[in-house]
Design a protein around this ligand. Sequence first.
Ligand code: AP5
Length: 187
Amino acid sequence: MNIIFLGAPGSGKGTQAEKVAKEFHLAHISGGESLRKEAESGTRKGILIGHVMAKGELVPFETISSVIEPEMLAHKNGFLLDGTPRDLPQAEYLETFFKENKISIDFIFYLSVPQEKLVDRLLQRAKIENRQDDTLESIKERFVVFNTETLPVLDFYRSKPNFIEINGDRSVEEIAKEIKDIISANL
Ligand code: AP5
């Protein structure tokens, strides 16, 4: 089983993806997490990636594809892709990549939360964690990117039978239960 999780910054993709991946024994592939590790590595490439992420912008296509492609190929029949695709070119590229590699996607979950609530969540996280992109300026830019680049991806997927919009403005447990029930009912 393969799953894609999409949602605005702070919508809970990472939180829910971790739970679902554990529950259904899937490899959790998070472009953001892998890029943060690369940024922390201190290599020249990592430093450049860190600068782009801190500004809240998308990293170049080649950078993200080189991170997620090998992981998807290593777990062809059991991955959860968290936070990609972020724009239409990535969505179109993935369609081809999946076809060429005989990978089928069972569910595309979109966690929907009003954006004004998300800013609060991210500012709360900023007090606890040390993410370079949890500053007000970067958060604003991440929302601009989501609204201009990622919303068209949701329109691209919306008509597909495996696209499921989830109300992400509830407790972590309620959301996790709904997602688990949907997956279990369709296994
Ligand atoms: P990424 O790491 O994907 O970050 P993001 O999309 O900005 O999302 P977050 O990680 O901030 O939030 P989330 O939706 O995962 O929510 P979470 O569970 O953490 O990407 C970071 C950057 O990497 C991008 O800006 C870009 O530069 C680059 N990048 C990544 N993928 C890329 C791609 N494909 N192409 C190009 N560039 C790419 O929760 C957030 C907070 O809310 C936490 O504190 C959590 O505890 C809390 N929370 C979670 N659920 C709930 C709930 N139900 N109620 C209350 N609080 C909750």
